[in-house]
Design a protein around this ligand. Structure first.
Ligand SMILES: [Zn+2]
Length: 153
């Protein structure tokens, strides 16, 4: 090893890099997000063998691994099964704090969908609260095509 740098203090350069990227969402996520964007419909995947509907949708059944899944549209209503309130503004947050993140079990499904709750005060959110999706006016085939969930009317 060379002694050229012996005694030289390490120089730290501070900078930022930008790495634009694109990737294919995959067959299952593409079908889910396109239906959400174009039809404002939430759909999950049904395993006939297990008699369970999964949302977010899965390419194969996570229980029996069967690839014999069928798409089913669900009503955009469900129940809050867990939630948290983030009061500190963080760079990655999609909106201004406080933000209520909730796990929502859409009616008829077996799994939870993590999303934002709005039109309710943080102190008024309850486990078991019935909520409905509020779809975004401008949809871009992302999970934010559901702008947020709100108390069911
Ligand atoms: Zn199954």
């Amino acid at each position: 090893m060379s002694n050229v740098f012996k005694g030289v203090e390490p120089l730290v350069v501070k900078s930022k890099i930008s790495v634009p990227y694109h990737w294919w969402a995959g067959e299952t996520a593409s079908a889910f997000f396109i239906k959400l964007r174009d039809e404002q419909k939430i759909s999950g995947t049904w395993c006939a063998a297990c008699k369970k509907l999964f949302l977010p949708p899965r390419k194969t059944c996570p229980l029996c691994f069967s690839a014999q899944i069928e798409w089913k549209t669900v009503q955009p209503v469900g129940t809050v099964t867990a939630f948290t309130v983030v009061r500190r503004q963080l760079a990655a947050m999609p909106r201004k704090a406080p933000v209520i993140y909730a796990m929502i079990k859409i009616d008829g499904t077996e799994t939870g969908l993590l999303h934002i709750l709005d039109e309710v005060k943080p102190g008024d959110v309850k486990i078991g609260m019935r909520v409905e999706a509020k779809f975004a006016e401008v949809r871009k085939a992302t999970i934010f095509d559901i702008e947020y969930f709100r108390p069911a009317r």
